[in-house]
Write a protein that binds this ligand. Structure first.
Ligand code: SF4
Ligand code: SF4
Length: 307
């Protein structure tokens, strides 16, 4: 990967993401249209939640008491803290017993990027940084050929395209966390994967070990207009650290939804608690044809797509 002026370009980041996704399985399982595509080097990607083994090893299919109460219990059980420091760093402790997840409806998404802009503003992403935490990929109709997807389209809403937003998946098995030699990143009890910007030594191992190209290195001091700085987000003027989506921890631990979810004009994004069987996310995962990216890798992403 080259870094012109010390930065990774949007097209390079997109190419990195594309290189890691199998197209055939997405097509087949999302059921858009079969054909056309090439299977990538890394076996991949989308598996329905029903294919997950239960956390207690009940692969025989025998329902446990917990799963009778919450059919998604096996997913919740797999999502445990990793390298959690055991105390609040930057943000408040998890408010309760939540297990956060997101569902994105790719049929509803119109590619307007309002989620991207809201995220940039909410999270003090440098206007000069050359990356955003969310990317929206424009796809050709009847195809999920990521080789020809376009992250740099000018306007969304093309009736003959469809759109796939991608960002940090807050994986149950976060390979980024395993890749950090100084435990500067970890997974919290509510599932959110965070970074201590004071501990990050800029080795960028986590960028390499993330299968979703969801992490970004901040090469330059982020430029954020003074009037637009969000004081609730600690990353304001710091360069030389890795950044990514935090599921808007500063909001979601205070009873609000994520900025991207709030900004989406068509309600394509739902954020909520898997421990609540009646939450939007729980209901959608149970009742719609829901898929996760690259689930075959075993990373257990906590973002589902429905189509
Ligand atoms: S998507 Fe990447 S950065 Fe996010 S938790 Fe998974 S491995 Fe880590
Ligand atoms: S705001 Fe909603 S419709 Fe617009 S790109 Fe994001 S997810 Fe899609």
């Amino acid at each position: 990967m080259s870094h012109e002026n010390g930065r990774v370009s949007a097209s390079e980041e997109t190419a990195e993401f594309k290189a890691t996704i199998s197209r055939r399985q997405f097509l087949q399982r999302v059921g858009i249209v079969a054909g056309l595509v090439v299977v990538g080097a890394i076996p991949a990607v989308l598996t329905s939640p029903e294919t997950l083994p239960s956390a207690d090893g009940a692969e025989s299919g025998a329902p446990t008491l917990a799963s009778k109460i919450n059919p998604l219990q096996h997913i919740i059980d797999q999502d445990q803290p990793v390298n959690y420091p055991g105390k609040p760093v930057w943000y408040a402790d998890p408010a309760g017993n939540q297990k956060w997840a997101m569902v994105i409806d790719v049929k509803a998404c119109v590619g307007c990027r309002k989620c991207v802009y809201a995220c940039v503003k909410e999270n003090n992403i440098g206007r000069n940084s050359g990356f955003t935490y969310i990317k929206v990929l424009e796809m050709e109709p009847g195809s999920v050929d990521l080789e020809t997807s376009n992250a740099n389209y000018t306007e969304g809403g093309s009736p003959d395209k469809w759109y796939l937003p991608v960002q940090c998946m807050h994986c149950a098995k976060p390979t980024c966390v395993y890749g950090c030699p100084v435990k500067a990143t970890w997974k919290e009890p509510d599932g959110i994967v965070l970074i201590d910007y004071n501990k990050c030594i800029a080795c960028r191992n986590c960028i390499v070990t993330c299968p979703y190209a969801a992490r970004h290195f901040n090469w330059v001091d982020p430029e954020v207009p003074k009037a637009e700085i969000n004081p609730k987000v600690p990353l304001q003027q710091k360069s030389g650290v890795v950044e990514k989506c935090t599921f808007c921890v500063q909001r979601t631990r205070n009873g609000m939804t994520t900025a991207c979810t709030e900004a989406c004009p068509v309600g394509a994004r739902k954020f909520g608690d898997l421990n609540d069987p009646n939450s939007d996310v729980s209901v959608l995962i149970r009742t719609r044809r829901a898929f996760r990216l690259k689930e075959d890798l075993g990373s257990g992403p906590m973002i589902w797509y429905v189509g």
